[in-house]
Design a protein around this ligand. Sequence first.
Ligand code: SF4
Length: 694
Amino acid sequence: VIDMGQPEHSVVTTCAYCGVGCSFKAEMKGDQVVRMVPYKGGDANHGHSCVKGRFAFGYATHKDRIKQPMIRDAITDPWREVSWDEAIAFAAKRLKEVQGTYGRESIGGITSSRCTNEETYLVQKLVRAAFGNNNTDTCARVCHSPTGYGLKTTLGESAGTQTFDSVMESDVIVVIGANPTDAHPVFGSLMRKRLREGAELIVIDPRRIDLLKTPHLKDAQHLPLRPGTNVAIVNALAHVIVTEGLEDTDFIASRCDDKAYQAWREFILEERHAPEAVEAITGVPADKVRRAARTYAKAPNGAIYYGLGVTEHSQGSSMVMGIANLAMATGNIGREGVGVNPLRGQNNVQGSCDMGSFPHELPGYQHVADDAARARFEKSWGVKLDDEPGLRIPNMFDSAIAGTFKALYVQGEDIAQSDPNTQHVEAALKSLECLIVQDIFLNETAKFAHVLLPGSTFLEKNGTFTNAERRINRVRKVMPPVAGKEDWEVTQDLANALGYPMNYAHPSEIMDEIAGLTPSFTGVSYDKLEQLGSIQWPCNDQYPEGTPTMHVEDFPIGRGQFAITEYVATEERTTSRFPLLLTTGRILSQYNVGAQTRRTDNQVWHDEDVLEVHPSDAELRGIQDGDWLGVSSRSGQTVLRARISDRMLPGVVYTTFHHPGSGANVITTDSSDWATNCPEYKVTAVQVEKVSQP
Ligand code: SF4
């Protein structure tokens, strides 16, 4: 615990970690944070917090912080500390040279879900207006892009339907591919509270998550499916609901598109979707699937919560649509206690998607090919915009290796550690002629950079984050930026150096521009955020104070669209050479690639990634708890310490990726979701064997 005496004043701001978006009072002594106190007035957390938000803020003043811009001609050269002006001028000159030599499409920008809405908006504006192309993407590409695609296709909006508090009205809680007590701890605790009150729990996950150990839990159901078979099981659940007459026919008739429904019904009635028919695929006994389907469909209020165990698959988008199909078929949409609820990993995944950082969408999910939408942005920004979607992150890597993509601006994202198939990513980064990294630390990606621009932490800037329940929360500056600039100012300087004028005096002006161009944000302003505390979008003339529950009377696309979700087996198969399936996840005390939490006292709780191995697989290989294990896949190899655990099925191993070097992404492949290219982090065929200590 960091305690530096009595505070002199406090500032309310928002946690920089997960998608719960807890509000904290930063208690200050001068410019020093004395402690972070969970804020009782926080609409997402009501005074609760976890070990990350409360204790892991010390990274902001860690000695590793980059305080001075740095440049170098080649990545083999030493870094040279320079002024902000020199670094920005160097970056702009390089970008112009690259575009002059290789063309307008040869450069792009990536932003992070850890950045504020205003910063993200500016990065995509920089790319579109100053770079002149749509090569902008966000790290949401590698986590929840299938949520965006799947929910927009079926329900008409790329967002979850409920508030967190809505779970207190749920009778049945279905958790698919998520581990809320570790990854979203404050919401995980709220779920536990509701479960202790008597709600039923269904977990669909290869791993026995801690939620299943909730005290006084009523007859919890666990469907431990094989990694990569989500769509087979969601279709089987739907098959039971339809064949046993458990549908909500009134909801379907009044709210859903009949043609799409009839086509889906015909598809799902096929015997090949019966639980007995897919048992051999999923490994889950048919009677368990039948029971779970009945429990969910018969509940007065059934809510589904899901995480990256749904999205990070080659069929991530199909699975999201399959979940929406279940909710529509049972009428579990449009009131408290029900819904389809993606649990977003990072604090601003929802916001980074909302702000137009996808290569095919302007802010507010307006397609770049939509002439009317583009015209509004062209008028506001004073430029002609490209109507062709740009490159996604994996396409940028492939194009870099092919020699057509030559320069990249990365704000707040460590792509060399967090993206799959590290060897491929590093080869792409090495081939760039200009890599500009804006970050708070000299991260793994910075090893390949030519320009390093110091970033600012959440404590050093103003802005907003949007959490997993679409709640826009204020981020308030509590101390000056250690390198003298907030992140949005750096992007603005780069735009100006490239000849595209940006002249914002404060992030509130950026939000005013966002509100003017984004239909779901038209009623949002900093003044209203001060007045209401937080706002859940859509916030507009129809919903001036925001929208806690979505789709109450209708869907933004009129009627709900059932989608055909054909199960296709992943190409990542086990063989005699790679006989085990690796899947990945998170742990409570660490966050994402660990760049922040590893530089705080949280490090002592989890100082290395380990490989969980089932006792039967361990016995077969003579593995003891604590042994060093060589883990190899078709992509690469790493070494991890063994932890014998029966939380996984035999044949399945599990690890986290909080530490560089040893982490999972050295061995994950670059298979990805068919619709969005979200990587298939959750399924990698591997071999495991004992090795001597690395
Ligand atoms: Fe809340 Fe998540 Fe931060 Fe924990 S990490 S305090 S649950 S926002």
